[in-house]
Each structure stands twice: as C-alpha cells, then as structure tokens.
Design a protein around this ligand. Structure first.
Ligand code: M6R
Length: 645
C-alpha cells in the first residue's frame, strides 16, 4: 500500500524518483509527491492523481531541479481524502524535515493533540504528518544535547562529529537518524518511513515496522524503496530492512542499525541478490500487464512444478516437517485474503479428498479476531502473493503463538510471510504488476495442489503410482491453459454480450464454486460491475430472485460429479430469462442447450478443473473492463500490496 522511493547520490534526483514512483504506482495511485533536499532547503511538490501528473508538475527535463537527494511517495489514502494537502511528503513546521510514510499510525490523534498543544501547526488530515513534527521536536532536543556534548569535547580537546556524512564515515548514526529513532519510539501502528532534513544534507533515513522497506547501494548513489522493483535498474543487491531496524543512506554509504533498543546499534547489512529479469517489468508487446500476466500462466505452472517430483514422490523439502510430524497433523487451516483465499478454497477440496485431513479456509482478518481451534498438531498454511498482507501476517503470528506449524506460500522472496514461516514455498509467478492477481493465483493453486499431494502421500492416502499419474496430469495443464489462451473468441463474444449489465452472478458446485468466487472478484475489481458468486445449489434459496430478462449468469459447468446438478440449476435460471455464459468441457454437446454462450476448456480431471476454468474468467473480466473503458492494471481504490489492517 503506497510506495516509497529515496535517492541520494551524484545524479539529479528527480528522474530517479519519478522512475521509481512509476514502478511503484501499482501499489497506490491517488496522489504522489517528492521532497528535494538541496542543502539548506527542501522543495516539496505534490499532485493528486497519477505519477504522470507529478512529472508534468515537475517539468522533467527542464533541469529546474538540481537536487541530488530526495524522497518520493505514491499514495493509497487511509486517513484523509486524496487531495494535494494530504499527499506525501509531509513537512515539519519549519520545513526542515520532509517525510514519506506507508502504514497506519494508530495513536496519531493523541500525538497530534499533544503536538498542537506544543505549538505545531498541521496542514493535512493524515496520520503520517505527526511523524514529521515528532522528528522536528527530536531534532531540536538532540541539537541541544549535541551542543552541550560538543562544548565538553572542545574543552577536552576531542571532536565528536554530529553531521551526517562525518558521523556515517565513522559508523555512527547522524543526528537525523537519532531523531527518527526517537520519534519512532512514540509511534503505535505500522510504518515504513523515509526522511530527509536540512539538519543532515545528503542523508536519507529509513525505518520500518510491519511495512516493507529495502535499500541498495550503486555506483551513482544509494537507493531506498518500499519494493525492490524500484531498485532493480540500479542494483540487484538489496538490503531488506527488518522490523525495528533503521537504515541511513549517504551518497556512497549505507548503514544499518538495530533500533529496537534505546540506542542505535550498528549492524552488518547482508544484501540479497534479486535475479528478476528487467523485462518482467515491461509489457512485452501486450496492451496491459494483466493480459501479459494471464499469458504467462503456462510458464508459471511449469516453473512451479519443476523439480517437484523426485522418483515417485512430491518433494517440498522447504516445508521442513518430518514424516512423523506430518502424520500427527489433525487439521489444516488455510489463511489468506482476496484471491489468495480463493486459491485456499480450491485446495480445501484437494486436501480433504486426497489427504483426508479436515481443512478450514479462513479469511485472515476474521481468523485473527476469533478464537480458532489451533493446536501444535494444526498445520497453518498462509497464502499471500505479496507476502506483506497485514491481516495474513497477523493471523500467522497468532497461529504460531498457539503452537501451530506455519507454512507460507508466497511469490516474493524475502517477504515477511517467507521470513515468518517455518517453511515457505515460492510460487514461480515472478513479479506481478497488475493489481488484479492472475498468474500468482495459478501459482498458488498449483503449489497448494502439491501440498495436498504431499500430505496425502506421506499419510499413506495416495500410492506412489497415483501420485505419479496426478503429477503428470497436473503438468499437462500447462499445455491446456495454452490452448485456452490461443483462442479467446468465445470469451470476447460473451464479454460483449455482458458489458452493459449492472450486475452478474457466478455459479458453480464443488471446485466450480471456488472458481466462481474468483471469477466474480476479478470482474468486480477491474470492471466495477457488481458481481456475486454463489454455490449453484444455493440459487434457489434467495439469489434467484435477482434474475430477470438478460441477467448474466456465468456458470462453471465443466465435467464433474455434479455436472448434471449444475445443468438443472442453469435450467432454473434460463426459465427466468437469464443470459447464461457457461464454462464447459470441450466436446460437451449438451451444454449448448442450456447456455447462450459456451466457453470451452480442455478436458481435465475435476481436481484440476480450477486451473483451466479460471483462465477464461480472467480474460472475461479483463475484456469487459476494456470494453467499459476501465484502467485494467490500476483499478480504482485498490492497491497491490495491502500492508494496512
Ligand atoms: O498479496 P496477497 O495475496 O496477500 O493479497 C491478498 C489480496 O489483497 C489480493 O489477492 C487481492 O484480492 C487482489 N487484488 C486480487 O486480485
């Protein structure tokens, strides 16, 4: 949620910051801004809307901004509407401090009252602005302490360098770092912050708690960002700032400190190497990232499965549980949000059918506030594309406190979910840029399918022969998805027929019911068309009242044990005038009698039907969004990584 960038070095900061913000825009895009530090002054420029408007306001290329140190932000509003006044960076009263913040400061109202009583004037409705004023307060107090210290040092004939560059050269924190540390000790909530100040020209200080922050050093300077994607054009070696750590950037230095105590203690940064292909962040000839990512799915399936079948066994060694521990498990909880939750619903069917283990799937924001039955023999699987979803992380932490083993399934190496799990499986989706998840969803479904197979085999519920057969059919789904992608004519016709609808129902049974949930979410997210998903058998218990002439019902009607039941439900809809779009198995001659539009998908066993059936629904949602003139990659009000509660 929101994006942070920072740069200090030898190059003009504006192009670097704008490029970083553009790369982070998928995280939040209702306003953006930069603070440019030039010795004794800081210039702040903010704009509502997308980063392109900020670029216009800055007049890039005009050479008006010579600063070589600055911070930038792209915002997803939490406190205060998306106005220019609420856009970051926020500044202190004297303009000597500028700050950008991701997260939520829960005690901001109390801090604001206190700071206003002390004479601070606020300009925005945000929670973030309090931090700029707190840093200002701390700078004043620390300057007094340092002055007294300097006087003593002078008297004793020694010198204590307090300016940032000199202090950094000696491995000591600058006054700005100490001020940020002191200010952070007052904060309750989550934050990733980047701060510049005229008190320490050329220095950027970053600190985090429950919100991601990374940094890197390159030949032309030091970079800071809330996501490594903003750094990879400059350096592939990235320092992941952990909770309770503070990082201080100078033009040629990068110093990390443990900020969990009352003093800043130096730490040795250990960068991780990012090996994404830069091309991944380009559209590669597709009109939008979502379409590109939908088309990457066959590759995601192949990469996720690569090396997972060893002999006749599914190998998920990262999960680090012994055979005995796996056999002792008596319950599985899958916790996740949004699309990841839907991947969990699909996995529940497989875990219960194959491994014969009770499996609950729960929305993380609910799990964390009730008292679920979690014991040391419960396996908790946390699924999160970004690995930074605040609700999922909190639910994982609760489960661990209760003694459960927690597996993470995430797409982001080094993310919080990865670091806080007992074992992690990385989906091989690679960076996903479009806000609506597609390829990461398929990566999650395939990974969870492997977990189900592994649990079943270890517990003696599937034989080696069965596992080998299932694995080979799972691998074949890559080709089948390719076939779905090769001809989208029927999807486009169905989209054209539904584009003017005001609402739509998605129905299915069993696996199809979970696929329907994901189909409805995709449509809502990117086309703003209201959509609901229902188990097809539930229609007659209420939602059928919605149906009148031309009402779109999208049915997942692939071959399954409940296929005939789905057909009956469709007849009930048709009898009331519904326009039925059916996702059906190739070669099904019957379905055309029940549907206005048939979208055929290759035949697979029911266990893998979600993989082939969800792809046309992604294309359908996108096609409708395009027809309705929506921004497919950056739908309104959403953000790629939801790091606030
Ligand atoms: O990063 P996560 O998988 O934890 O994110 C969970 C949801 O926020 C996410 O799936 C959201 O629903 C997407 N926009 C779906 O397209």
């Amino acid at each position: 949620m929101c994006g942070i960038v920072g740069y200090t070095g030898t190059e003009p900061a504006v192009p670097v910051l704008l490029d970083g913000l553009a790369r982070l825009e998928y995280r939040g895009y209702d306003s953006s801004g930069v603070a440019l530090e030039r010795g004794s002054r800081i210039d702040v420029v903010c704009e509502t809307g997308k980063v392109a408007r900020l670029a216009e306001a800055l007049g890039v290329g005009g050479g008006a901004h010579e600063a070589a140190c600055g911070i930038g932000h792209t915002r997803w509003a939490t406190h205060g509407r998306p106005t220019q006044a609420n856009a970051h960076p926020h500044t202190s009263c004297d303009g000597a401090v500028a700050l950008v913040h991701n997260g939520i400061i829960e005690n901001f109202a109390e801090l604001r009252r206190e700071l206003e009583a002390a004479g601070h004037a606020f300009r925005s409705d945000t929670d973030s602005e309090v931090i700029a004023h707190l840093v200002e307060e701390s700078l004043v107090s620390l300057a007094c302490v340092d002055a007294a210290d300097d006087a003593l040092a002078d008297a004793e004939g020694r010198r204590t360098p307090h300016d940032g560059t000199a202090a950094l050269a000696q491995g000591r924190p600058s006054i700005l770092a100490r001020a940020v540390h002191a200010a952070a000790s007052r904060l309750i909530g989550s934050y990733a912050i980047a701060v510049v100040s005229t008190a320490d020209p050329g220095v950027i200080v970053g600190m985090r708690k429950d919100s991601p922050l990374v940094a890197g050093l390159a030949a032309d300077g030091a970079y800071l960002a809330s996501d490594a994607i903003a750094l990879i054009d400059h350096t592939r070696d990235v320092v992941i700032v952990e909770d309770g750590q503070l990082i201080e950037l100078g033009a040629t230095t990068l110093a990390l400190f443990d900020a969990s105590g009352s003093c800043l203690a130096p730490l040795e940064p250990s960068p991780v190497h990012i090996d994404w292909d830069a091309e991944l962040t380009e559209k590669g000839g597709y009109s939008d990232f979502m379409l590109k990512e939908i088309h990457e799915q066959p590759r995601v399936i192949r990469d996720t499965l690569a090396g997972r079948l060893v002999g006749d066994s599914v190998h998920l060694d990262e999960l680090a549980l012994t055979r005995e521990e796996l056999n002792l498990l008596d319950r599985v909880y899958i916790i996740a949000c949004g699309t990841s939750y839907h991947a969990g619903l699909i996995a529940k069917n497989l875990i219960e059918t194959w491994a014969q283990l009770p499996c609950e799937v729960e929305v993380a924001s609910e799990f964390r506030y009730r008292n679920p039955i979690v014991t040391p023999t419960t396996l908790v699987v946390a699924v999160s594309q970004s690995g930074e979803t605040a609700d999922t992380l909190a639910a994982m932490r609760d489960a661990r406190i209760k003694g459960a083993r927690v597996f993470g399934i995430t797409n982001v190496v080094g993310s919080s979910v990865a670091r806080e799990s007992d074992g992690v499986i990385y989906t091989k989706a690679n960076k996903e840029i479009a806000v609506a998840s597609t390829k990461s969803f398929l990566g999650q479904v395939v990974s969870l399918t492997l977990v189900a197979m592994m649990l079943a085999q270890t517990r003696g519920k599937l034989t080696a022969g069965q596992v080998r057969l299932l694995f080979s059919e799972l691998a074949d789904t890559a080709e089948k998805v390719e076939a779905v992608l090769a001809d989208a004519t029927s999807v486009e016709a169905a989209a054209e027929a539904c584009k003017d609808a005001r609402s739509a129902l998605f129905v299915g049974r069993g696996m199809g019911s979970a696929v329907a949930c994901e189909g409805a979410l995709k449509l809502k997210e990117i086309s703003y068309l209201h959509a609901e998903a229902y188990p097809a058998g539930e229609m007659k218990h209420g939602p059928i009242a919605l149906i009148d002439e031309g009402f779109p019902v999208i049915a997942i009607a692939t071959m399954s044990p409940t296929y005939d039941k789905v057909l009956s439900n469709l007849q009930e809809c048709k009898a009331r005038g519904a326009k039925v779009i059916a996702i059906a198995t190739e070669g099904d001659d019957e379905i055309a009698r029940h549907a206005d539009h048939v979208i055929a998908v290759p035949s697979v066993r029911d266990a893998f039907s979600a993989i082939v059936a969800s792809v046309p629904l992604q294309l359908f949602a996108r096609a409708i969004a395009v027809l309705r003139g929506c921004d497919v990659d950056q739908p309104r009000n959403l953000a790629k990584s939801v790091t606030v509660e």
